[in-house]
Design a binder for this molecule. Structure first.
Ligand SMILES: NC(=O)N[C@@H](CC(=O)O)C(=O)O
Length: 420
């Protein structure tokens, strides 16, 4: 196994030093090593994404575990959590083990499957949560993402069930009765365009209900892709009361607004929808404060025919793995410790993922990414490693280039290119 010496690297923004990677670990042991000139580069613990859609099994034309893993590595990730809305749905030990095994075979990031909460994501009957938890995949996070677990009794049962092994229910907060036929955020722009709106309260009402349920049960709730200022206030109050709730925000909800829907370009169609500028500002503040714990990509690759069509027929979702860190960097600036916390340490801690999100100190597994903060990149969809091209950032110049990523000491990305 090759050893690497990262010469003159800034570890999470600290003064330049040399970082040695040997036998898969951060090391202090002297000896031969390949030298990488890392002057001006910042090392972060490998990023961890709690919300990725890898589309395998079922829609391998949009993404596979391997192509999604490569996109993740190029984005600086060393672990991703794969959502359960595949076909078949990841609602059995068999499917989660398949995804887990495909991830190990690709060997580019650690792929941790998320199990469905309900059979077929249909919201009627609990899936085999225990069998998925005790499978080789060791599932700890369950989500019907794409659908809300809308039935309060089922949600309560799911929270009770996972409490036994300190599992988490990750909720896609959307009261379905309030979003029937919805095409975009409900507000001034939807009125102007004559499109059916997805009101903020459809998200806020479910989060309010679920924090009360989680409090009642004493179990762990994670809220997916928080998108409104009102949701932030519900979370703030729940956290102040000591409810065991964590929350994520996507890079696109930190940057883009519903005004973009006026272009009728379906690349901007996403669930939950892009909101208003005041929501964007509230989400940024909440992320800085910690009311929102983490950034998660909600990487949602879609095939051309599902995206390049009329707005009303287009599937919601954007690819995000390869642009997440540059977007966050453009918003937070070089607050490296905060970025490491929100994109690596906190997601690893929430998921209980060993070996990721740890300090880059001697003896720790060498899961890390090297960023050049001074580089700029124009996003070219044709250059993405993801099998899908539905990025809203085509032609946009973003700061920060991911130069290298190491998974347990092995480079998955070198010189900005995937190693395999
Ligand atoms: N986030 C998205 O816009 N899309 C998700 C599922 C969903 O939440 O609709 C997808 O799987 O494509």
């Amino acid at each position: 196994m090759t050893s690497y010496l990262l010469r003159g690297v800034s570890v999470v923004g600290a003064a330049p030093t040399d970082l040695l990677i040997r036998d898969g670990l951060i090391s202090t042991e002297e000896g031969p090593a390949e030298v990488i000139d890392a002057a001006g580069l910042v090392a972060l613990p490998g990023l961890v994404d709690l919300h990725t859609h890898l589309r395998e099994p079922g829609r391998e034309d949009a993404e596979t575990v391997e192509t999604g893993s490569r996109a993740a590595a190029l984005g600086g990730y060393t672990a991703v959590f794969a959502m359960a809305n595949t076909s078949p749905v990841a609602d059995t030990a068999g499917v989660v083990e398949q995804v887990w095994r495909l991830g190990r075979e690709a060997g580019l990031v650690d792929v941790q499957p998320i199990g469905a909460v309900t059979v077929g994501l249909a919201g009627k009957q609990l899936a085999e949560l225990g069998a998925m938890a005790t499978s080789a995949a060791g599932v700890r996070i369950f989500s019907d993402d794409g659908h809300c677990v809308a039935d309060p009794r089922l949600m309560r049962r799911a929270l009770e069930y996972v409490k036994a092994f300190d599992g988490i229910i990750a909720q896609h907060a959307e009261e379905p009765r309030l979003t029937e036929g919805a095409q975009m955020h409900e507000g001034e722009v939807s009125t102007r365009l004559g499109l059916t709106g997805w009101p903020a309260v459809a998200e806020e009402a479910i989060i309010a209900r679920d924090v009360l349920l989680a409090e009642h049960v004493g179990s762990r709730l994670h809220v997916c892709h928080v998108s409104t200022a009102g949701s932030v206030e519900v979370l703030r109050q729940a956290k102040a009361r000591g409810v065991r709730v964590t929350a994520e925000v996507t890079p696109h909800h930190l940057l883009l607004t519903d005004e973009l829907a006026a272009s009728y370009d379906p690349v901007y169609k996403v669930n939950p929808p892009l909101r208003t500028q005041s929501d964007v500002l509230a989400l940024r503040e909440a992320l800085i404060e910690g009311v929102i714990d983490i950034v998660a990509t909600d990487h949602a690759p879609h095939a051309v025919e599902d995206k390049e069509c009329e707005w009303a027929y287009a599937r919601p979702g954007m690819v995000g793995l390869e642009t997440a860190l540059p977007i966050v960097l453009s918003i937070l600036g070089e607050q490296w410790d905060l970025i490491a916390e929100r994109m690596s340490r906190a997601p690893a801690r929430i998921a209980g993922l060993d070996g990721h999100g740890t300090d880059l100190a001697a003896g720790a597994p060498a899961n890390l990414t090297l960023v050049d903060p001074s580089a700029r990149r124009v996003v070219d969809p044709a250059e993405l490693a993801s099998r899908s091209r539905n990025t809203p950032y085509a032609g946009t110049t973003l700061p920060g280039r991911i130069v290298a990523t190491f998974l347990r000491g092995e480079p998955t990305v070198l010189d900005g290119k995937a190693v395999k």
